[in-house]
Design a protein around this ligand. Structure first.
Ligand SMILES: Nc1ncnc2c1ncn2[C@@H]1O[C@H](COP(=O)(O)OP(=O)(O)OP(=O)(O)O)[C@@H](O)[C@H]1O
Length: 592
């Protein structure tokens, strides 16, 4: 199977059964998930995973990585005769970075196991009730999806958690698991479970599962040094799938298996260092049908421009529309969510008839790490189920989540690392579907485009003026078009004014805006390394930042405390330098 087999670059020209999967499993893929033929990634990965080799899969977002590991695991588990049962404990462990991804993988697994009722799926994750999880583990879960912290907790404290028959450990979105600071937990988990253990059930000589080799699988759309390290400690002589052939030119690939020759296990580290996604000059795999654009907006007009683009999208598209907007902080999500839930606007071109409705007429959802577990779950499921809706979120939704039919990704706050850009836009244009992405940049941040360009990502400019001109200007004459800058556009001015008076009128909104302002500025200071050169805090005009939260002026105490914090941080950094761990925490404190 080669990449060129698929005529459309997405699907392979073969069947699931030709890859070696059992026939009723192939039927499940078709009937329950609607998968007629495998994607290219699945066609490459499934035979290799079936063969029992350790595997590293690096393929673009939305190319079907989930089924590529679940199907072979189910294939092997349904073969056992007599059938496996709950009393045999856990055979496969899938580690994921977030709760939403945990639920998503669990739902796919449930569908695939419909005909294999004796193979029990389950999940454990932060936020859930521990004792209920303990009870489920005691009964036995054959394939377990877990977030790392909670899994480690149960490995240490739930003695009835049976894992002596563990045969597979899967790291889905491996780089994100590590970026979230779970590196230590992962090492502890591997220490408890045995990282590359040769055979399972060593301690139980009479087990009928004796003799199977442990198989670890690592999957990610982007790779980095930390994944490289995890691969080194968890994978044994791995097969690498989906790596850019040209870039990994030192690899000796066996054409029939895709397996790297003898050098691979020895030179694995250096292989990784030359991988596309880990090298600063490497290119990312982005869906070719994705239309990527940027919009250049001065800080003070950001809010108006965001709202205008959303309004225009939801009103002009005849078809249903699903849009995801990414923010840098939880507070910013809360603020914009409340704003969109309350801010009203005249219904039609006759403002004198005072009839108002929500500025953007669509169902709006929010998702971030500070939300209560239950509301996080219902927002996730709600947005999933809608045909036309808006999701406001932090990077908690950037990885792996497969919301159906998302047409556009807006990165209102810039993503920082280019990998994050790739994962965010990866929530659209999945599996060959259409998709647009829009990145907001301030004039002083335009160098970020060059940073993306270095990774082969190039963006076109969004026709903002056309959109702004399309709005009716109540009480203002249409010919007033000789404005000197976008900030003086009559539509921008009138909408900004309306937003400011709405926020001023509502004490709760004012508080939300102030909180969002503060955490946004702190998040801006948390840009790291090279990016500090582009996102320079000292170039921020705090009065303009305040405008972007609908505040007439910068909250006074904020400016002072922000300056004091910045000075203190500088002093501390000079004195001892920041530890790596601290940097991760600072970054993720604001970006959950
Ligand atoms: N063979 C197939 N035929 C049709 N649809 C498929 C097939 N395989 C996967 N899909 C669908 O493609 C979408 C993307 O799949 P999946 O979420 O597994 O991608 P991914 O590569 O894991 O993406 P990410 O890197 O963003 O996590 C899902 O909606 C899934 O249902």
């Amino acid at each position: 199977m080669t990449k060129n087999d698929g005529e459309d670059g997405i699907f392979a020209s073969c069947s699931f059964s030709s890859l070696g999967l059992q026939s009723s499993l192939c039927e499940q893929l078709r009937e329950r998930l609607g998968f007629e033929v495998p994607t290219l990634v699945q066609a490459q990965a499934i035979p290799v995973i079936l063969s029992g080799r350790h595997v590293l899969v690096n393929a673009a977002t939305g190319t079907g990585k989930t089924a590529s590991y679940l199907a072979p695991i189910i294939h092997h588990l349904q073969i056992y005769d007599p059938r496996i049962g709950r009393a045999d404990g856990t055979f496969a462990l899938v580690l994921v970075p977030t709760r939403e991804l945990c639920m998503q993988v669990y739902e796919i697994l449930q569908k695939l196991l419909h005909r294999f009722h004796w193979i029990v799926p389950g999940y454990i994750m932060g936020g859930e009730n521990r004792s209920k999880e303990k009870a489920r583990l005691r009964k036995g879960i054959s394939i377990l999806i877990a977030t790392p912290g909670r899994l480690l907790d149960h490995l240490k404290n739930t003695s009835s958690f049976l894992h002596k028959n563990l045969r597979w450990i899967v790291f889905d979105e491996a780089d994100r698991i590590l970026e979230l600071g779970f590196g230590k937990e992962i090492e502890d988990i591997l220490n408890i479970l045995g990282s590359r253990q040769e055979v399972v059930s060593k301690e139980n000589e009479s087990s009928r599962f004796l003799g199977f080799r442990r198989q670890n699988l690592l999957l990610s759309a982007t790779l980095n040094e930390k994944v490289n390290h995890l691969a080194k400690i968890s994978l044994d002589d791995p097969v690498m799938i989906g790596l850019n052939e040209k870039k990994s030119s030192t690899a000796q690939r066996n054409p029939s298996t895709g397996h790297l020759g003898p050098r691979s296990s020895v030179d694995f580290e250096s292989e990784h260092l030359s991988m596309p996604s880990s090298s600063p000059s490497g290119n990312y795999n982005l869906p070719s049908q994705l239309v990527q654009r940027y919009v250049k907006v001065s800080c003070g007009s950001r809010l108006v421009v965001l709202l205008s683009i959303l309004k225009s999208s939801f009103e002009s598209e005849a078809a249903s529309q699903k849009i995801v907007v990414f923010f840098s902080t939880c507070d910013a999500v809360d603020f914009h969510y409340s704003l969109l839930s309350g801010f009203q606007w005249p219904t039609d071109s006759q403002p004198q008839v005072v009839q108002k409705q929500l500025f953007i007429k669509c169902r709006t959802f929010q998702l971030h790490g500070n939300m209560e577990h239950e509301s996080r779950r219902s927002m996730f499921q709600g947005f999933n189920a809608e045909k036309s809706a808006l999701l406001l979120c932090t990077d908690v939704a950037a990885r792996g989540l497969d919301f159906p039919k998302v047409r556009c990704i807006i990165q209102y706050d810039s993503p920082g690392e280019a990998t994050e850009y790739v994962h965010r836009v990866g929530r659209t244009a999945r599996l060959g579907e259409r998709g647009d992405s829009l990145l907001f940049l301030q004039p002083v941040e335009m160098d970020y485009l060059q940073d993306l360009q270095q990774h082969g990502v190039s963006l076109k400019e969004y026709p903002l003026l056309k959109v702004l001109d399309s709005f009716p200007l109540y009480g203002l004459k249409h010919h007033v078009k000789k404005f000197v800058s976008l900030d003086m556009h009559p539509w921008v001015l009138s909408l900004q004014k309306a937003l400011e008076s709405f926020i001023l009128r509502e004490p709760r909104m004012k508080q939300l805006a102030t909180d969002a302002f503060c955490s946004w500025v702190r998040a801006y200071t948390a840009h790291r390394g090279e990016l500090k050169r582009i996102f320079m805090v000292k170039k921020l005009h705090l009065g303009h930042v305040a405008r972007s939260f609908g505040l007439k002026e910068q909250p006074s105490s904020v400016g002072r405390s922000f300056q004091m914090q910045a000075k203190k941080r500088k002093r501390d950094q000079k004195q001892k330098g920041m530890s790596k761990r601290r940097k991760v925490l600072v970054k993720h404190e604001y970006r959950r």
